[in-house]
Design a protein. Structure first.
Length: 300
């Protein structure tokens, strides 16, 4: 049995990162954290965590760090930017990267860290803020078996399902990419269906109830349409996330000369919503691209 890591850092205390850090604390691990928002760090300290002023400072205090940021650029900045962590981590420390990134980025990052004497797990996450807060996420991960063994307590704390997808970084990101293809298409399809229903004069609450219990339903329909019905576009996952994630999907397919007509259409819908000023709203705000409808919670 590998020696277990119990000093863990979390960089990024957003909707997912805060829940991850709290889950690690509940499991009895020593948790250090940093975030660009001081109030988020203070909130975690009040629950028993330890503050770090920068990724570099955090790196000197932990044996594994989770990078829970938005994209590849932020992951790169955390590790190799000013006050980056990579050069302060002790040899043999583990970097667990949780952002949705292009598979080739994850592959290159793994090789770069290995060359520095560090260990790496490519570990994008799914489940949203609610499942992060309860330690019930799904994690799509790839890395060396001995590295997983050392991180057993970490993954036991943060996820209900850990999918070990091979030894090579990039495999986790490939599976997450496919998940995001489906998630984005399903949200766009749910928005389109509700928009047509509203235009046709259907009662929106009745329409949601019927479809949720019929063959046309999906997890995204059941999860996102209530946001539309309430007229509440507080971002849990923003429109711009799917501008990015479906962009990753389409870029990968383009390099493979592989057609993705549904993904391309959904991407354009999210792009249209973002261009109209809704990029920071909940991804269900993609429904706002449809003309001639009165949305719940809005004025006629």
């Amino acid at each position: 049995m590998a020696e277990q890591i119990d000093r863990v850092g979390v960089v990024g205390l957003g909707a997912m990162g805060m829940g991850i850090a709290q889950s690690l604390l509940r499991a009895g691990l020593e948790v250090h954290a940093c975030d660009v928002r001081d109030e988020a760090v203070r909130a975690l300290v009040a629950q028993g965590g330890h503050a770090a002023a920068s990724p570099a400072e955090l790196a000197g205090k932990v044996d594994a760090m989770l990078i829970v940021v938005v994209n590849a650029a932020q992951t790169e900045q955390v590790l190799f930017g000013e006050n980056g962590a990579a050069f302060q981590l002790k040899p043999g420390s583990v970097v667990i990267a949780n952002a949705t990134v292009a598979p080739e980025f994850a592959e290159a990052l793994g090789a770069r860290l290995l060359g520095m004497g560090l260990r790496f797990i490519d570990a994008p996450i799914s489940g949203g803020a609610a499942k992060a807060a309860t330690g019930q996420m799904s994690v799509m991960a790839a890395g060396a078996p001995e590295t997983f063994d050392a991180c057993t307590r970490i993954f036991d704390a943060i996820c209900a399902k850990l999918y070990r997808l091979g030894d090579q970084p990039g495999q986790g990101s490939k599976v997450k990419m496919i998940n995001q293809l489906l998630a984005g298409v399903h949200i766009a399809a749910a928005a389109e269906a509700m928009a047509l229903g509203l235009r046709a004069g259907c009662d929106p609450d009745a329409l949601y109830e019927v479809i949720s219990n019929s063959a046309g339903s999906s997890w995204m329909f059941q999860n996102r349409v209530p946001h539309i019905l309430k007229g509440d576009y507080t971002p849990l996952s923003a429109v711009n996330i799917f501008v990015k994630d479906l962009g990753i999907v389409l870029d990968y397919a383009k390099k493979s000369v592989f057609p993705l007509p549904l993904s391309a259409t959904a991407h354009q819908m999210f792009m249209q919503a973002s261009a109209a000023g809704h990029g920071g709203e909940d991804d269900s705000a993609v429904v706002k691209v449809f003309p001639g409808i009165t949305l719940p919670g809005s004025r006629p």
